[in-house]
Ligand binder design. Structure first.
Ligand SMILES: Cc1cc2nc3c(=O)[nH]c(=O)nc-3n(C[C@H](O)[C@H](O)[C@H](O)COP(=O)(O)O)c2cc1C
Ligand code: SF4
Length: 445
């Protein structure tokens, strides 16, 4: 891969990277100044031209979403910053917030100017204590320096930013669950439409964007849409719905690798490159059996699919749900896929909010069936039952309110369709792919 200069992580590991002084010394808040000199519609147009796709999981183009706000609305418009980051394996937002909070605040201020909002809420994952403290200090610095509050940089723009600690549940990251939670209620996702851009927080037009998405906005204003589009992958001509995958991306690497971490690379790097070049290879000299491409809700790639480009189109072509959060989790060849899938199902069943019967019951039954298989009482028919349940739940079959259910179904579909022989062997012989004795021996090495 040609040399790539990190942009989003450029300031990470610098001494004092969280302070306003050091951020300004590195050119910080120049993009905000530039944006405040532009008409809001021109800022929206620049972000739309860049084809920046949301980094929170769904990949929806940010600029296009901003155009859905009502044009003639005279009341409040809100920005909700989705910092709930609870997808297993995902920690890129945490790094951005802990190490470079002003990059995010600048992106928030630019976005608010663009969408004509004077109020932003950062909805922060409850467990992120350090992010909370760092962001709180950075917001305070901004108010003192006239970068938040009234008449920002003398440009007549007012903005208040509130930091809100989340309710410690995965479903709070779903945008309408987040809005309900911010309103002080249980995080039960809302039926859409109406989408938040029309009726969101406090029933007012609202934009929800991910932390990384907003950090990208700062650089798009600084360097231009053409720069952003010079990084990444153009649309796949074979897929008329693909918009391309442009810009830098933070990839998280975890699981059975030698060097877990977070790296910034152009969109489109392959799973193999990530594991071998950036993750130090699979640990203990083993091979990868399966790889989660973007958080567990996206499903699995097999060892034969490691050359899949991790852009917005690649994982789809390999039968996964999508790129998701681009959080790669590696499963080595001595780990049982039955155990891996059981963990995924148990998590989703615990996190289902329970509003929709197919999700509430489906996630529970899939977990129970896997419990039975693991206890040695599985039947081969169980595999088809699991596929039937998985096929009947989610937004894609149209039976649930939100995408948690699709994210619960996809690992089941992928695991059974791609690793069926292992599941059958487990059921018929009662044997795990690796026995506990093998595990002990491996641990001793
Ligand atoms: C169950 C569930 C959990 C989600 N969790 C998050 C999250 O923690 N952070 C996030 O940005 N998006 C999350 N999303 C996606 C959001 O609903 C929404 O698409 C996103 O915040 C929009 O921002 P973006 O367009 O900038 O990506 C989640 C979606 C679902 C269905
Ligand atoms: S799909 Fe699941 S998590 Fe989403 S609203 Fe329905 S029950 Fe709740």
């Amino acid at each position: 891969m040609p040399d790539f200069e990190p942009v989003l992580l450029a300031r990470v590991n610098k001494p004092d990277s969280t302070s306003l002084e050091s951020y300004r010394a590195d050119g910080g808040y120049a993009a905000l100044k530039k944006a405040l000199g532009m008409a809001p519609a021109d800022v929206v147009a620049a972000v739309k031209d860049s084809v920046l796709r949301g980094r929170g999981g769904a990949g929806f183009p940010a600029g296009l979403k901003w155009t859905f706000l009502p044009k003639d609305h005279s009341g409040p418009i809100y920005l909700c910053v989705n910092a709930d980051e609870s997808e297993p394996g995902t920690f890129n937002n945490r790094i951005l917030m802990e190490e470079d909070p002003h990059q995010l605040i600048e992106g928030i201020a630019i976005a608010c100017h663009a969408i004509r909002s004077n109020t932003a809420y950062i909805y922060l994952r409850y467990e992120y204590g350090r992010s909370y403290r760092v962001l709180e200090a950075a917001i305070k610095e901004c108010y003192a320096a006239g970068l938040l509050g009234k008449n920002i940089l003398g440009a007549g723009f007012n903005l208040d930013v509130y930091l809100h600690r989340g309710a410690a549940a995965y479903i709070c990251g779903e945008e309408t669950g987040l809005i309900e939670s911010l309103e002080g209620k249980r995080a039960w996702p809302r039926i859409k439409p109406p989408f938040p851009a029309i009726e969101g927080l406090f029933r007012k037009p609202t934009i929800v964007n991910n932390v990384e998405t907003l950090c990208c906005v700062t650089h798009i204003i600084n360097r231009g849409a053409a720069w952003f589009k010079s990084i990444g992958v153009p649309p796949d001509p074979a897929n008329p719905r693909d918009l391309g995958s442009f810009g830098p991306k933070l990839y998280c690497i975890s699981g059975h690798v030698n060097k877990p971490g977070c790296v910034e690379l152009p969109l489109g790097v392959t799973a193999r490159q990530l594991i071998e070049e950036h993750g130090g290879g699979v640990w203990k000299g083993r091979r990868a059996k399966a790889v989660v491409p973007g958080g567990i809700s996206m499903g699995f790639l097999t060892a034969d699919e490691l050359d899949t480009p991790l852009d917005f189109n690649g994982p789809l072509k390999a039968g996964c749900l999508g790129l998701g959060t681009a959080a790669v989790v590696v499963v080595d060849d001595q780990t049982s896929m039955v155990d891996v899938l059981y963990n995924c199902c148990r998590f989703m069943s615990h996190e289902s909010c329970g509003q929709c019967t197919p999700c509430r019951e489906g996630t529970k039954w899939m977990t129970r069936i896997l419990e039975r298989i693991r206890a040695g009482h599985g039947k081969l028919e169980d595999l088809d039952t699991l596929l039937e349940v998985a096929g009947s739940m989610g937004i894609i079959p149209g039976t649930t309110i939100c995408g948690l259910s699709d994210g619960a179904a996809w690992p089941v579909k992928n695991a059974i369709n791609k690793f069926r022989a292992e599941f059958e062997d487990y059921i018929t012989t009662g044997r795990r792919a690796v026995t506990p004795a093998q595990e002990l021996m491996a641990a001793a090495h």
